[in-house]
Design a protein around this ligand. Structure first.
Ligand code: GUN
Length: 282
């Protein structure tokens, strides 16, 4: 039977340590989150982020903008947060409505306040092997999980399914940095099943419920499921058909309770890190 990687427990440990540290800080770190529109999943994620930030003693600012907000209006909001010295960390929840140019918004966030690590200065530094101000939260959370469970990455075949800037690309770089042999698969990949079957470590971030079945997975592989998919009955399911893999994988992350809570813990950790960097304490 696979070891279930309890992201929920690890994230609790991490946020408790942060909460303890926050008590001794001169000022409370401040995280500002901008959400545009009413995407149901984004609303849940943003609420979780805000609740966790407040629970651990951060200041939390939530700016909720109308679906029809223009590029200029959103840029004005980012600018305001950039110029507010009391704001340490800025997150613009993605995806943004189609009429907004997301890349321009991400580029507008000051790199030193970019808590997602999505600004090209931060993502570029990650790619170049230079320490960025912050590293994308979900990939960082996956690395923390692998470390916590003492899973060797060096020399392993890692297959990442999905090539997004949020998960696929940065996790591939982090695994490569740790000396894995990394393959990135995506919607145009031929022979997906055969490729994934070579993997010692699989990271799936495709957003397709229960797509990765036992036939894709080598006996004893480590399976990291980033998918959070809402089924017709309202339940959540990952990209991975968990029940068929529990006895085949060596380690597996559940959905919910695996990668999701780790993303939030890393957001808190990144916020604290930016606070310290801005104060010259790191
Ligand atoms: N949408 C899904 N995941 C993320 C994330 O980590 N950061 C932001 N800003 N938007 C997201």
């Amino acid at each position: 039977m696979a070891v279930i990687m309890q992201g929920k427990d690890l994230s609790k440990q991490i946020t408790e340590i942060i909460a303890e540290e926050v008590k001794s800080l001169e000022l409370k770190p401040t995280l500002a989150v901008i959400k545009v529109g009413n995407d149901a999943a984004s609303s849940v994620y943003v609420r979780n982020k805000k609740n966790t930030a407040e629970k651990i003693g951060f200041n939390s600012i939530l700016i909720e903008l109308d679906e029809n907000t223009t590029q200029e209006e959103l840029e004005a909001q980012v600018d305001k947060l950039n110029n507010d010295v009391t704001v340490n960390a800025i997150l613009v929840q993605l995806p943004l409505p189609k009429h907004i140019n997301s890349n321009e918004i991400i580029e507008q966030i000051l790199p030193i306040k970019d808590v997602d690590g999505f600004h090209p200065l931060n993502s570029g530094k990650l790619l170049a092997g230079i320490e960025p101000y912050s590293v994308a939260c979900t990939p960082l959370g996956i690395i923390k999980l692998l470390e916590h469970y003492h899973i060797e990455v060096s020399g392993k075949n890692a297959v990442v399914i999905g090539r997004s800037n949020i998960v696929g690309k940065p996790i591939s770089v982090l695994l490569l940095e740790r000396n894995a042999t990394v393959t990135i698969c995506h919607s145009r990949t031929k022979n997906l099943q055969e490729t994934v079957k070579q993997a010692d470590i699989v990271v799936s971030a495709i957003g397709n419920p229960k797509f990765i079945t036992a036939e894709f997975i080598k006996e004893g592989a480590v399976v990291i499921d980033v998918g959070i998919n809402r089924l017709a009955d309202g339940k959540l399911a990952g990209d991975v058909d968990y029940s068929s893999l529990e006895s085949k994988a060596s380690y597996i992350t559940p959905v919910p309770g695996g990668v999701g809570p780790m993303t939030i813990a890393m957001l808190m950790s990144n916020t604290l890190r930016l606070y310290k960097i801005q104060r010259g304490e790191k």
